[in-house]
Design a protein. Structure first.
Length: 202
Protein backbone atom coordinates (compact mmCIF):
# COMPACT_ATOMS: atom_id res chain seq x y z
CA UNK A 1 0.00 0.00 0.00
CA UNK A 2 1.29 3.47 -0.85
CA UNK A 3 0.17 6.73 0.74
CA UNK A 4 -1.10 8.00 -2.62
CA UNK A 5 -3.48 5.03 -2.80
CA UNK A 6 -5.24 5.88 0.45
CA UNK A 7 -8.91 6.51 -0.28
CA UNK A 8 -10.88 9.69 0.30
CA UNK A 9 -12.78 7.81 2.98
CA UNK A 10 -9.55 7.20 4.88
CA UNK A 11 -8.67 10.89 4.60
CA UNK A 12 -12.05 11.84 6.04
CA UNK A 13 -11.57 9.34 8.88
CA UNK A 14 -8.15 10.88 9.53
CA UNK A 15 -9.62 14.34 9.54
CA UNK A 16 -12.22 13.10 12.04
CA UNK A 17 -9.86 12.17 14.83
CA UNK A 18 -8.37 15.51 16.01
CA UNK A 19 -11.82 16.58 17.49
CA UNK A 20 -11.57 13.72 19.92
CA UNK A 21 -8.25 15.24 20.92
CA UNK A 22 -9.85 18.65 21.44
CA UNK A 23 -12.71 17.19 23.45
CA UNK A 24 -10.36 15.07 25.53
CA UNK A 25 -8.09 17.99 26.38
CA UNK A 26 -10.62 20.83 26.59
CA UNK A 27 -9.71 21.51 30.23
CA UNK A 28 -6.01 22.08 29.42
CA UNK A 29 -3.99 23.32 26.43
CA UNK A 30 -3.78 20.76 23.65
CA UNK A 31 -0.23 19.73 22.83
CA UNK A 32 0.94 18.19 19.57
CA UNK A 33 2.13 15.04 21.34
CA UNK A 34 -1.26 14.59 22.99
CA UNK A 35 -3.07 15.17 19.69
CA UNK A 36 -0.89 12.62 17.90
CA UNK A 37 -1.22 10.04 20.66
CA UNK A 38 -5.00 10.34 20.64
CA UNK A 39 -5.18 10.24 16.84
CA UNK A 40 -3.04 7.11 16.68
CA UNK A 41 -5.17 5.31 19.25
CA UNK A 42 -8.49 6.38 17.71
CA UNK A 43 -7.74 5.80 14.03
CA UNK A 44 -9.32 2.37 13.36
CA UNK A 45 -7.43 1.46 10.21
CA UNK A 46 -4.11 2.10 11.92
CA UNK A 47 -5.06 -0.21 14.78
CA UNK A 48 -6.24 -2.89 12.34
CA UNK A 49 -3.00 -2.64 10.36
CA UNK A 50 -0.98 -3.04 13.57
CA UNK A 51 -2.90 -6.24 14.30
CA UNK A 52 -1.97 -7.52 10.82
CA UNK A 53 1.69 -6.73 11.51
CA UNK A 54 1.60 -8.65 14.79
CA UNK A 55 -0.15 -11.60 13.17
CA UNK A 56 2.34 -11.69 10.29
CA UNK A 57 5.33 -11.52 12.64
CA UNK A 58 4.01 -14.29 14.89
CA UNK A 59 3.47 -16.45 11.82
CA UNK A 60 7.21 -16.36 11.04
CA UNK A 61 7.96 -18.71 13.96
CA UNK A 62 5.20 -21.06 12.87
CA UNK A 63 6.61 -21.26 9.34
CA UNK A 64 10.09 -22.32 10.48
CA UNK A 65 8.79 -24.98 12.87
CA UNK A 66 7.31 -28.40 12.11
CA UNK A 67 3.54 -28.59 12.15
CA UNK A 68 1.82 -29.86 15.28
CA UNK A 69 1.78 -33.66 15.58
CA UNK A 70 -1.51 -35.44 14.98
CA UNK A 71 -2.82 -37.80 17.62
CA UNK A 72 -4.96 -40.84 16.88
CA UNK A 73 -6.19 -44.18 18.14
CA UNK A 74 -5.62 -47.48 16.31
CA UNK A 75 -6.65 -51.04 16.90
CA UNK A 76 -4.57 -54.13 16.27
CA UNK A 77 -6.50 -57.37 16.04
CA UNK A 78 -4.33 -60.48 16.04
CA UNK A 79 -6.51 -62.80 17.96
CA UNK A 80 -6.59 -60.36 20.83
CA UNK A 81 -7.85 -56.85 20.14
CA UNK A 82 -5.33 -54.19 21.17
CA UNK A 83 -6.06 -50.47 21.19
CA UNK A 84 -3.18 -48.03 21.21
CA UNK A 85 -2.52 -44.36 20.68
CA UNK A 86 -0.59 -43.07 17.67
CA UNK A 87 1.39 -39.89 17.13
CA UNK A 88 2.30 -38.73 13.63
CA UNK A 89 4.70 -35.88 12.90
CA UNK A 90 5.41 -34.62 9.39
CA UNK A 91 8.98 -33.36 9.03
CA UNK A 92 9.92 -31.44 5.87
CA UNK A 93 13.42 -30.98 4.52
CA UNK A 94 15.19 -28.23 6.58
CA UNK A 95 15.65 -25.84 3.61
CA UNK A 96 11.89 -25.83 3.10
CA UNK A 97 11.39 -24.38 6.61
CA UNK A 98 14.06 -21.77 5.90
CA UNK A 99 12.38 -20.70 2.66
CA UNK A 100 8.95 -20.58 4.31
CA UNK A 101 10.38 -18.45 7.12
CA UNK A 102 12.00 -16.01 4.70
CA UNK A 103 8.82 -15.68 2.66
CA UNK A 104 6.79 -14.96 5.77
CA UNK A 105 9.39 -12.45 6.95
CA UNK A 106 8.98 -10.57 3.67
CA UNK A 107 5.20 -10.53 4.18
CA UNK A 108 5.64 -9.26 7.76
CA UNK A 109 7.99 -6.52 6.55
CA UNK A 110 5.48 -5.51 3.89
CA UNK A 111 2.73 -5.24 6.52
CA UNK A 112 5.05 -3.13 8.68
CA UNK A 113 5.79 -0.84 5.73
CA UNK A 114 2.04 -0.37 5.21
CA UNK A 115 1.64 0.42 8.91
CA UNK A 116 4.42 3.02 8.85
CA UNK A 117 3.02 4.65 5.70
CA UNK A 118 -0.42 4.86 7.32
CA UNK A 119 1.03 6.22 10.56
CA UNK A 120 2.95 8.92 8.68
CA UNK A 121 -0.22 9.80 6.78
CA UNK A 122 -2.10 10.30 10.06
CA UNK A 123 0.83 12.22 11.57
CA UNK A 124 1.06 14.61 8.60
CA UNK A 125 -2.67 15.38 8.75
CA UNK A 126 -2.66 15.94 12.51
CA UNK A 127 0.45 18.17 12.45
CA UNK A 128 -0.88 20.27 9.57
CA UNK A 129 -4.25 20.82 11.25
CA UNK A 130 -2.73 21.39 14.69
CA UNK A 131 -0.40 24.18 13.58
CA UNK A 132 -3.05 25.75 11.39
CA UNK A 133 -5.31 25.90 14.44
CA UNK A 134 -2.50 27.32 16.57
CA UNK A 135 -1.90 30.09 14.01
CA UNK A 136 -5.57 31.02 13.85
CA UNK A 137 -5.83 31.10 17.64
CA UNK A 138 -2.79 33.40 17.83
CA UNK A 139 -4.36 35.75 15.29
CA UNK A 140 -7.58 35.72 17.32
CA UNK A 141 -5.60 36.62 20.44
CA UNK A 142 -3.93 39.57 18.68
CA UNK A 143 -7.23 40.80 17.28
CA UNK A 144 -8.82 40.58 20.71
CA UNK A 145 -6.03 42.81 22.03
CA UNK A 146 -6.61 45.24 19.16
CA UNK A 147 -10.34 45.22 19.86
CA UNK A 148 -9.77 46.09 23.52
CA UNK A 149 -7.63 49.06 22.48
CA UNK A 150 -10.16 50.18 19.87
CA UNK A 151 -12.98 50.03 22.41
CA UNK A 152 -10.96 52.24 24.72
CA UNK A 153 -10.25 54.65 21.85
CA UNK A 154 -13.96 54.72 20.97
CA UNK A 155 -14.81 55.52 24.58
CA UNK A 156 -12.25 58.34 24.66
CA UNK A 157 -13.32 59.87 21.33
CA UNK A 158 -16.98 59.70 22.38
CA UNK A 159 -16.11 61.52 25.57
CA UNK A 160 -14.07 64.15 23.69
CA UNK A 161 -16.78 64.58 21.07
CA UNK A 162 -19.41 65.03 23.77
CA UNK A 163 -17.30 67.75 25.36
CA UNK A 164 -16.53 69.37 22.01
CA UNK A 165 -12.83 68.51 22.13
CA UNK A 166 -12.84 66.17 19.11
CA UNK A 167 -14.65 66.20 15.74
CA UNK A 168 -17.36 63.66 14.92
CA UNK A 169 -15.09 62.26 12.22
CA UNK A 170 -12.69 60.91 14.87
CA UNK A 171 -15.56 59.25 16.70
CA UNK A 172 -16.88 57.62 13.51
CA UNK A 173 -13.39 56.47 12.50
CA UNK A 174 -12.88 54.75 15.86
CA UNK A 175 -16.25 52.97 15.62
CA UNK A 176 -15.58 51.80 12.05
CA UNK A 177 -12.22 50.34 13.09
CA UNK A 178 -13.88 48.59 16.04
CA UNK A 179 -16.62 47.15 13.82
CA UNK A 180 -14.08 45.89 11.26
CA UNK A 181 -12.09 44.12 13.98
CA UNK A 182 -15.24 42.56 15.46
CA UNK A 183 -16.24 41.29 12.00
CA UNK A 184 -12.75 39.88 11.48
CA UNK A 185 -12.99 38.07 14.83
CA UNK A 186 -16.29 36.47 13.82
CA UNK A 187 -14.67 35.06 10.67
CA UNK A 188 -11.58 33.90 12.59
CA UNK A 189 -13.68 32.13 15.22
CA UNK A 190 -15.63 30.36 12.47
CA UNK A 191 -12.31 29.21 11.02
CA UNK A 192 -11.17 28.13 14.49
CA UNK A 193 -14.38 26.12 14.97
CA UNK A 194 -13.88 24.44 11.57
CA UNK A 195 -10.31 23.46 12.43
CA UNK A 196 -11.32 22.17 15.86
CA UNK A 197 -14.05 20.11 14.21
CA UNK A 198 -11.45 18.78 11.78
CA UNK A 199 -9.22 17.79 14.68
CA UNK A 200 -12.19 16.44 16.58
CA UNK A 201 -13.03 13.92 13.87
CA UNK A 202 -9.59 12.42 13.44
Amino acid sequence: MEVRELSTKMKLMCVAMVSVCVAGFASEPLTLDAALKTAYSNFPRLSAQKDRVNAAESEVTARVSPSSPSLGISQLNRGNSTTYATIEQKIDFPTKYILKGKAQSYRANAEMSDFEAMRLFVRANVISTFYELQAVQKIIELNQQDLARLKEMSRITESKYASGKAPQHDQMKAHVAQTETETKLIVLRQEEDALQAKLAHF
